[in-house]
Design a protein around this ligand. Structure first.
Ligand code: PA5
Length: 469
């Protein structure tokens, strides 16, 4: 292992810091270690047996080779890269871009190391209309590549976007300007890909959307936009070593999951992730989906249905200090906080001199903005600890592709541990299906089942004027 390490700090969840009523006592930590330790070998075995294919992604040289090949072919003639995808087919792309490219990437030609990136993970009509108008009006369309990402290949949102872009590009450019990323063998998008002859990348077998950012799903847009995908994968491989460690106390994913599980069982069922870094803010969004879709499940225990799942919440540094912290300190003590802290920012500013008639601001003058920022984190953590609420911190020495790769893999494996602790399957999402089917029914998808479903929906969701005020 080399370079800087992402570290998980967990002292501030202990009884020593927040007292015995809310904190984890030494004997409780020991019990958690005893419960979680066997899961480490279980997960290692699942990995070895190929039952968790997402864990092989950092080691798969073929994927990055194909991605690099396509990037080499397209990069010079692409000024705008538009990702069309949703959920796990978009959130990782957004997170990588925000974390690893400058804030002004899209707006400043001198700062960007690849095309501008736009990710459309929803179908809001005014938003998409306005964007497509910008492309057309400025004659930008011909230097635009669309990366359509869908594992299942039938999400109504992504497929509608594809059809809109089809009309926009017309038959000549359609084939040239679309790259698909989809299942290796099946699904509507794979079929279209083969029929039209799109250039295409693969979502590997057995890798679900929210675990796919380290496959071509996330790597293609990242590499196109100048992100070092080799370092990203190297960081994930480094973390693979650490989260495979059979010693619970040295395994950050096992500890992270065990701490989350403990607090959930104690009624602290809300997990707030609060990055003190704009760059890391969309990783908190990515985590929110990973955690919610993987762990929010119903299971049968002793003949009863049991609903489990911590509720992930994203908050952002000083922005949310001035919005959420009142609730976090005086509201219900039902949350576990995870701060993300960056020790060394790659850019910094000095705070200027205080105006002459504002000597009360002199204490800030000449200090680094990063000092203020990280002290704000420390101050918020202190205030929350004073209210006896548990806090974890994930430390990044710096934000770069290597540490972001570590973080992604840490949270993916933490999710696997948490799934095992909760006794649920973290890799499926059965409850998402009904909403998708209902959309198909309402949009008139043919078939008796859809017609019946559409009638049921109409009757249940019909607006009753008596209740409209
Ligand atoms: O994690 C998941 O499996 C989901 O969030 C999917 O990524 C999302 O529903 C999009 O699905 P698809 O990639 O099949 O269009």
């Amino acid at each position: 292992m080399s370079e800087s390490q992402v570290k998980l700090y967990y002292k501030n969840v202990t009884a020593e810091v927040i007292g015995p009523e809310h904190g984890i006592a030494a004997d409780q930590l020991k019990q958690l270690a005893e419960k979680t330790s066997p899961l480490i070998s279980q997960l290692n075995k699942e990995k070895k047996d190929g039952r968790t294919p997402y864990r092989d992604l950092p080691f798969n040289k073929e994927i990055s080779r194909k991605v690099r090949e396509l990037v080499a072919e397209l990069k010079d003639r692409c000024e705008n890269l538009v990702v069309l995808g949703i959920g796990g087919s978009a959130l990782g792309n957004i997170a990588l871009q925000t974390a690893l490219n400058p804030y002004m990437h899209n707006l400043d030609d001198k700062q960007r190391r690849g095309p501008r990136l736009f990710v459309f993970d929803n179908i809001d009509p005014p938003q998409l209309t306005s964007f497509l108008k910008w492309l057309k009006d400025n004659d930008r369309l011909k230097k635009t590549i669309f990366n359509v990402i869908s594992k299942g290949g039938q999400a109504a949102e992504t497929m509608s976007q594809l059809m809109i872009v089809h009309e926009l590009l017309g038959p000549d450019s359609y084939k040239k300007q679309i790259i698909t990323t989809t299942d290796t063998r099946q699904g509507t998008l794979r079929r279209i890909t083969e029929d039209v002859g799109f250039r295409s990348l693969e979502v590997p077998e057995g890798v679900g959307g929210r675990f796919s950012v380290l496959s071509a799903v996330g790597l293609f847009s990242a590499a196109m936009c100048g992100i070092d995908i080799d370092s990203l994968l190297a960081g994930a491989r480094d973390m693979d070593d650490r989260v495979s460690c059979e010693d619970f106390y040295k395994n950050p994913a096992a500890i992270n999951a065990a701490v989350n599980y403990h607090f959930y069982k104690k009624g602290k069922n809300i997990s707030v992730m609060m990055p003190y870094s704009y760059a890391l803010k969309d990783l908190a969004d990515w985590y929110r989906q990973l955690w919610a879709e993987s762990l929010g499940k119903v299971k049968v225990s002793a003949g009863n249905e049991v609903h489990v799942g911590p509720t992930p919440v994203k908050a952002l540094d000083t922005t949310d200090q001035h919005s959420q912290v009142q609730l976090y300190r005086e509201g219900p003590n039902d949350k576990l906080f995870t701060f993300l802290q960056v020790n060394n920012f790659d850019r910094d500013l000095k705070i200027g001199l205080a105006p002459e008639d504002a000597s009360e601001l002199a204490f800030l003058a000449g200090k680094d903005l990063s000092t203020l920022f990280n002290n704000e984190k420390r101050a918020t953590e202190y205030a929350i600890l004073q209210s006896k609420r548990p806090c974890l911190t994930v430390f990044f020495d710096e934000v770069n592709a290597y540490t972001v790769g570590q973080f992604i893999y840490l949270y993916e494996v933490t999710t696997s541990f948490a799934g095992a602790l909760f006794g649920i399957n973290p890799y499926d999402q059965p409850a998402v299906e009904l909403g998708k089917e209902a959309t198909f029914a309402l949009m008139g998808k043919p078939g008796d089942e859809y017609e019946k479903l559409a009638q049921q929906i109409q009757s249940l969701t019909k607006i009753d004027g008596d209740f409209l005020v």
